[in-house]
Design a protein around this ligand. Sequence first.
Ligand code: FES
Ligand SMILES: [Fe+2]
Length: 440
Amino acid sequence: MISQDLNDTITKTGPGTPAGEVMRRYWQPAALADELEGKRPVVPVRLLGEDLVLFRDEEGKLGLIGRRCPHRGVDLCYGRLEDNGLRCPFHGWHFNREGQCVEQPGEPEGSRMHENIRTAAYPVVEKNGIIFAYMGPGEPPAFPDFDCFRAPDTHVFAFKGLWECNWLQALEVGIDPAHASFLHRFLQDEDPADSYGKQFRDKAANTEIPMTQLLREYPRPEISVEDTEFGMRIIALRHLDDGRTHVRVTNQIFPEAITIPMSREMIITQWHVPIDDENCYWYSMFTSYGEPVNKALMREQRLKEHRLPDYAPLKNARNNWGYNPDEQARETYTGMGLDINVHDQWAVESMGRIQDRTEEHLGKTDTAIIRYRRKLRAAIAALGEGKEEELPMRGGVDPATIHGPAANDTLCSDGDWQRAYTEGDAARRAACTGWDATID
Ligand code: FES
Ligand SMILES: [Fe+2]
C-alpha cells in the first residue's frame, strides 16, 4: 500500500508533474508510421496530456506541433498541409515544422507580428515503424542500441493498442512474471505449430513442453531482479519436477517499456505510453532473430481485434471484454478468449482508470513492481535536485553502448541459470542470418 500522494506522484505525467518530467527525458512513441500512410499524412497525437498534430510534409519530413492554432485556438488537424508545414484554415496563418508562424496572410502588408508567434514543436524520429517524439528540454538522448532499433525494417513489426487506464498499471502487468501462470492460462494446449505471431503458444525452449503447459503446471516462480544500465532484468525460475529449471528473462527499460520473449524466434519491446493520466497506448516492436516478420499476417491478426483510427480494442469494458462464463469453465482462466492481450487489458482496465494503490497488498511475486516504483521515485528525486545524469541512460552512460537486452526462455539442467540464459541468447544471436544480432 502507498499513500494517495505517492500514488499521484508516480502516476501523473502531464506538463509540470514530477513523473511527467522524467518521462520527458526519453523518446516516446507518438504514432505508428502506418498512421501516416493514407492520402493525407496528418494525425492528431495526444501524448503525456498534450494535444499535438503530427504530419509528414511534401519533402517527406516529419513535424509534431501544438494542435491548437495560437491565433484563436482552432484545431490544426484540419489544417492545409502545404509549403512544408500546416496552414490554419481559419485565417491562413502558416506554421513550419519547428512550430514557428511564418506567414499571416490577413495581417497588414509588412507586419512582423508572426515572428513572435510560435506553437509547441517537438523533434520526431522514425524507427522501424514507430514515430518517436522527444518532449523534454535540451538535446534528445541517443537511442540505445536495442535489437528492435538495430534490426532491419524487414525483421521488425510495429503495432499499438489503446488501454483505457493509467500507464503505470499497464507497465506493472509487464513486470509481473507470476500472472502468466494464471491470467493467461489455457486449460487446453493449442498446437504450437499454430503459434506464429502469438505470445506463450510456442514450445518452451529445448523442450517438447508447450509454454501454456509449463506455466500452468508451475505457478510459483522464484523471481529475482537485477539493476541494469537500462532499468532492470527480471528473472523468473520455475523448478521442474525432473530437476531442470525453466528460466524466463524479461526486462524493464526505463521509464515505461519492457522487452520480453514472445517465441523462440521473436521478442517484443513494448512501451506503455501515457496519452493522459487515464489512458495509454501500448506500442510494440516485434523483433525477429529468424525469418523476416510476416507483417501482413501479424497486422491482420491484430486489426481483427482493433478499430481504426484510434486502435481501440473491440473487446473492452463496454462489452465486459467478451467475458463468457462457459469458456471460463472449460477453456481459459479468464473466459475472455484466446488473445492474451485482452487478458492483460482486462487486468489493467478493471482496476479503474488509476489504480487505487492505497488499497493494494503486494506479495513476494510483486518484487519487480516494488523495485520499479523505487527506481521511478529515485529518478523523480534526482531530477528534482537537478541531477539528470543519475537517470538511467541519461548522461551516466552512452545509450549507444547499451545492447540487447537478452529476453528469452531457456532450460537449465545444472542450476546455473545465468549461464543458461546468456548462452541461449548468444546462440540465438549467432544463428540469426537476416541481420547481425551478435553483441561483442
Ligand atoms: S485561428 Fe488559426 S489563423 Fe486564425
Ligand atoms: Fe500478461
